[in-house]
Write a protein that binds this ligand. Structure first.
Ligand code: NI
Length: 171
């Protein structure tokens, strides 16, 4: 089990558009398995590769009920349909610890992706899974959940995070 280091906001690597994965080679497979370990270690429900400093279109997630483990890996995920109906959910992010904010997003989505064995798939997500996959795909496009907030709230959170990062370096 390898735990990767999670980048904390603000970090320029969290603002970059990630590149498509062309070849699912050993290094990508290793990355996916390390990302799953890291996500569980931090009790997260999703993690995107840029959060561990790899600017590639790779996402892992597991929004199963507590006690169950059903991790999925999505390579080059793309939303092909989203519902008109929206839901509000209090989101958090491993790159922005201790902050939670209500964000409104489509309630369900259809996502095209490649799985870890290289097979093209399309899946329908609803509930927490739908929220999570939209949040993670945003990461691949350099977008954080706080970017949906107004500028005042967002800069307040960024200031708080800068202080948090300084404090953990001191420790
Ligand atoms: Ni996140």
């Amino acid at each position: 089990m390898t735990e990767l280091i999670i980048l904390l906001h603000p970090d320029p690597r969290l603002k970059k558009i990630c590149t498509q994965v062309i070849n699912i080679d050993e290094s990508i497979k290793r990355l996916c398995s390390d990302m799953i370990d890291t996500m569980y270690k931090h009790s997260g429900v999703g993690l995107a590769a840029p959060q561990v400093g790899i600017l590639k279109r790779v996402v892992v997630m597991d929004c199963s009920e507590e006690g169950e483990k059903n991790p999925i890996t999505l390579i080059n995920p793309e939303i092909v349909w989203s519902s008109e109906e929206n839901s509000e959910f209090e989101e958090g992010c491993l790159s922005i610890p201790n902050i939670r904010e209500e964000i409104k997003r489509p309630s369900s989505v259809q996502v095209k992706f490649t799985d870890i064995s290289g097979i093209s798939k399309e899946s329908y997500f609803k509930g927490l899974w739908a929220i999570c996959i939209q949040h993670e795909i945003d990461h691949l496009n350099g977008k954080l959940f706080i970017d949906y907030l107004g500028p005042i709230k967002r800069s307040f959170i960024t200031k708080k995070m800068k202080k948090y990062k300084k404090d953990i370096i001191k420790k």
